[in-house]
Design a protein around this ligand. Structure first.
Ligand code: CP
Length: 370
């Protein structure tokens, strides 16, 4: 085990929601609210700038809202929407792709099925990298959209009871949202899932317990509903299951219906990162408490504000985050979805998450060393 500093990239990037301080998130929300109020004021802010969208996995909202965001800031967009149409299909590494594209664009948004891929890109690119979703790991710009929705619809983050329902195991948006909201006072979580899809233990021990956040786990949505200020529904994600029978068994675990909402508060804020499959009945769309379509629009304003923030940091030459931790080179990552599983030249580095309990995590995907 060695103590060392590791520079997290060449440029200020957004890989994990916790890369942004509470004050920075407040300031990004303030800019997004101003953009919403007066979009014309921002229509030339990125004139002459280019955003590259490198999407190695399907997306509707994230890719198109990033593209709309850059166009509405007066900039341009280049990129691809599937791995097949890029040279990744010929075996090009994430590091080489990021180095090359940073010569073509001022800022890059990456979605990738392998966990840790955007972090690898940020270590090689000469422009800011935005993680637009890496496997089941993180999705920080969805969290920015979620935070704006909560702030705009509820007026605050403090003292809210937030229900998270569905796939809490693989739901990357859930993990990032818990990490972000745990920094505010009085937030309480009700974690609603089948036992097979419970929140991972690292979220419980290293985020919730560390921040002393109150939470309960339950399988019963109807019982939890009357207590909630925010209900965050999620899809059971077919693409994350290795056993299709297990997916079939769990896919309709929760379906929010209009009738069930009789149990809920009159000012409940119903959210969903979308796409939905069957977990919110379409009859709920007419309910004024349904905020999930507004959430997609708020996501565009937040992505506009984030692009402005990161380009400003780049111009100011703000130093990148340096993590000063204990590292170990004695483990091999066993997570089949880690970027190291396909890019074998990457170093196997683990950081010490808990010295007393001897817990080490892969720096790329954060999986625990076995
Ligand atoms: N919420 C979200 O990430 O949607 P897309 O997969 O369509 O981008």
């Amino acid at each position: 085990m060695i103590l060392m500093e590791m520079e997290m990239g060449k440029m200020r990037s957004l890989i994990d929601i916790l890369d942004l301080s509470v004050q920075e998130i407040d300031s990004i929300i303030e800019t997004a609210a101003d953009i919403k109020k007066d979009p014309a004021k921002y229509s030339e802010k990125c004139r002459g700038k280019k955003l590259a969208t490198l999407f190695f996995e399907p997306s509707t909202r994230t890719r198109l809202s990033f593209e709309a965001a850059m166009y509405e800031l007066g900039g341009n967009v280049l990129g691809f929407s599937e791995a097949r149409s890029s040279s990744a299909s010929k075996g090009e590494s994430m590091a080489d792709t990021a180095t090359v594209v940073s010569g073509y664009a001022d800022i890059i948004a990456i979605r990738h099925p392998k966990e840790g891929a955007p972090l690898v890109a940020s270590q090689h690119a000469y422009v800011p990298i935005i993680n637009a979703g890496d496997g089941g790991h993180n999705h920080p710009t969805q969290t920015l959209a979620d935070l704006f929705t909560i702030k705009y619809e509820k007026g605050r983050f403090e003292n809210l009871t937030v229900g998270l329902c569905g796939d809490l195991k693989f739901g990357r948006t859930v993990h990032s949202l818990i990490a972000a909201l745990s920094r505010y006072k009085g937030v309480k979580f009700i974690l609603i899932s089948p036992k097979e899809l419970r929140i991972p233990s690292y979220v419980k021990h290293e985020i919730l317990a560390k921040a002393d956040v109150e939470y309960i786990e339950t399988e019963n949505l109807e019982q939890a509903l009357p207590e909630l200020d925010v209900l965050y529904m999620t899809r059971i994600q077919r693409e994350r299951f290795s056993d299709p029978n297990e997916y079939e068994r769990l896919k309709d675990s929760y379906i929010l219906t209009a009738d069930m909402l009789n149990l809920a508060k009159s000012d409940l804020c119903i959210m969903h990162p979308l796409p939905r499959v069957n977990e919110i009945s379409v009859a709920v769309d007419k309910d004024p408490r349904a905020c999930y379509f507004k959430q997609t629009l708020y996501g565009k304003y937040m992505r506009m504000a984030l692009i402005l923030f990161l380009l400003d940091e780049k111009q100011k030459n703000v130093p990148t985050k340096v993590i000063n931790k204990k590292f170990s080179y004695d483990h091999v990552c066993k997570n089949p979805n880690c970027i190291t599983s396909t890019e074998q030249e990457l170093p196997q580095i683990f950081w010490c998450a808990n010295e007393e309990q001897n817990i080490y995590r892969c720096v790329w995907c954060e999986s625990r060393a076995k």
